[in-house]
Each structure stands twice: as C-alpha cells, then as structure tokens.
Design a protein around this ligand. Sequence first.
Ligand SMILES: Nc1ncnc2c1ncn2[C@@H]1O[C@H](COP(=O)(O)OP(=O)(O)OP(=O)(O)O)[C@@H](O)[C@H]1O
Ligand SMILES: [Mg+2]
Length: 247
Amino acid sequence: MSTNAIHTQANIYQSKTAPALLETNAVVKAYGDVHALAGIDVTINSGEIVAIMGPSGSGKSTLLHVLSGILLPDSGSVRLGGDELTSLSDADRSRLRRTHFGFVFQDGQLVPELTARENVALPLLLNGASRNKAIAQAEEWLTRMGVGDQAKKRPGQMSGGQAQRVAIARALVHEPDVVFADEPTGALDQATGHETMQVLTSTCAKRGMTLVVITHDVKVAGWCRRLIEIRDGLIHTDRSISTPENR
Ligand SMILES: Nc1ncnc2c1ncn2[C@@H]1O[C@H](COP(=O)(O)OP(=O)(O)OP(=O)(O)O)[C@@H](O)[C@H]1O
Ligand SMILES: [Mg+2]
C-alpha cells in the first residue's frame, strides 16, 4: 500500500483538502445477533487527542479494534491516510499496526518475564532495530515517562502506576502516528490515573501523535480535546471539549 499520506502528516494537519488521518464510513460489525457497531462515520485528523465514552457494551472497544486494523468490519470502510485498511492482506495490516500504531491496555499487558527496558525495546526489535539501539531508546523513553529507575525491574516488581508508565513508553517508543488506549487508567487509583493521563496526553501533544482513548471516567476524558460518545453501536455525540486539564 502507499503510505505517502502518512509520511506527510504535517501537511495533512495543515491542509483541509488532504485526507484525514483515520476515517470510517458506515462501519458495521456484528457478533451473531449483537450489532456491536451499527454504522459508524468518524474522521480523526492528525494530532487530535480524542476520548471515547459510552455505556458498557456500547461498542467502544470494537470501534478501537476496527480503527486500528485488529478487527475487520462486516461492511464499511476504514481508511488510514486515505488508504483502505480493509483491503490489505493480514500481513500488511499487522506490519502497519507495528509501524504506525501504538497500543495501551487497561492492565498494561507487559511481558512478565522481561524487564521494563526489554518490554519497551520490543516494538523496536520487531521493527528491525539492533538490540543495543533498542535498549538505549527504551531507557530514554522510560526516563521521559518518569520511570527511568525501573528499567531493570520486571513488571511484578513495580506498582500499577509505574507498570502503566512502562506500558505507555512501549506504546510510544517507535513514535507511532496513532496511539490507541483502551481504559488505560481503569486499574489505577484516581490520582495515579490522572498522572498517567497527564503524561500520555502531554507526550502525544508534544510529539504530534494522534491519541484515541477509551474511558469510563469523565475526568479522564477531560484530558482530551474531543469527546465522542457511543451508544448502541452508533455515535451519539461528537464535540470539542475545553477543561482546566486540556488547556
Ligand atoms: N468477541 C466477541 N464475541 C461476541 N460478542 C462480542 C465480542 N466482543 C464484543 N462483543 C459484544 O459486542 C458488544 C460491544 O462490545 P464492546 O467490547 O465493543 O463494548 P465496550 O463499549 O467496549 O464495553 P466495555 O465498556 O464493557 O468495555 C457487546 O454487546 C459485547 O457483548
Ligand atoms: Mg471495552
């Protein structure tokens, strides 16, 4: 596939005529009788910091999986930088996920046998970096996330908040175009959750990475600049938000 549009992100951001970074049209996904997504049209531009909220079972995770090419919709279109994701082969879609996307999940999903720096180095190693270079970059990112002192510890030896910062470093280390986070603060206490969101949103904003975060917590969503509410597999509201946190 052509990735021209992705390599000229700055142009996309500045020009209204350039293709959106991520765009869906009439996306439908059913599991048997359950219509998880019932026709989603959404456009996300480069550099946006977006929260997705909605009741349990409304389709948030399914939408995230479709946007990130983890899951193919039953019908409809999903484009990244103008290129149709749904027509790529499985191999091309996984390559694209490895190079252009980063993921953060509720429970971190770090590899328990590896140290923090080895966990963060993984995406770089998968993309072909040498071990020394990958470890050096991983250590830089751990420091940037405020957990440089945890580099040689395993996930089981860290607090939940520290492990989640390591997970964020792993999601960002290869400087993806889009970071997808599914309830990244769901397993943390409120104060730690807010610190985590602060570091995630400010780092993405500083580096021009697009961020899509699912959350149940309206205060966590307040760190984002746009709020999309999903109900019954459809977009219920989609608006800009202004809060003390996102200014
Ligand atoms: N693999 C699956 N097999 C069958 N049904 C599924 C599957 N994944 C999701 N569903 C159903 O699709 C609907 C949407 O699920 P989804 O996980 O997207 O919701 P969600 O908004 O992320 O919910 P939560 O806030 O609880 O995480 C739900 O009714 C769910 O039961
Ligand atoms: Mg979910």
